[in-house]
Write a protein that binds this ligand. Structure first.
Ligand code: HEM
Length: 117
């Protein structure tokens, strides 16, 4: 008896032109323009195998990004296109990717910083 598994490809779903016009463009505003269903946007998988660390990962990413991007401007050290590598069922950037500091922003008082993490 042969047992087979069928796994949806998150990368290909997130690159569907009909769901994400210009899928290769970094357009975070697309998430403000419409709501995606759990069949269209599934970075953490779905159903009974959905990532149990999803809420923690989102919280952590928001904290890390707001901390880094409010202090520094960054750019890729190498401007060639990044080739994604497979990490389990997900894809990510290759390890050891280097970035360069392009700006350092002035520190603001804690009262001046608001965040909705
Ligand atoms: C950006 C960060 C993360 C991404 C993109 C991610 C993505 C995923 C995906 C797609 C799956 C489903 C795998 C499958 O269908 O077999 C998964 C499962 C899982 N993730 Fe994550 N994950 C992240 C962070 C985390 C964190 C922080 C934790 C723990 C604190 C975690 C723990 C798990 C566990 C235990 C499973 C297996 C759930 C199961 O099979 O029932 N993940 N993750």
């Amino acid at each position: 008896m042969t047992i087979s598994s069928i796994v949806g490809c998150i990368y290909l779903t997130h690159h569907r032109e009909d769901i994400y016009p210009e899928p290769k463009c970094f357009k975070p505003e697309r998430f403000l323009e419409r709501q995606f269903s759990s069949f269209e946007f599934l970075p953490f998988g779905g159903s009974n195998r959905r990532c149990i660390g999803a809420a923690f990962a989102m919280f952590e990413m928001k904290l890390v990004l707001v901390t880094i991007l409010s202090h520094w401007g960054l750019a890729m050290a190498d401007t060639r296109p990044v080739r994604p590598v497979r990490r389990g069922v997900t894809l990510g950037p290759p390890s050891g990717m280097q970035m360069v500091l392009t700006a350092q922003y002035k520190k603001r008082s804690p009262q001046g910083i608001t965040s909705s993490v």
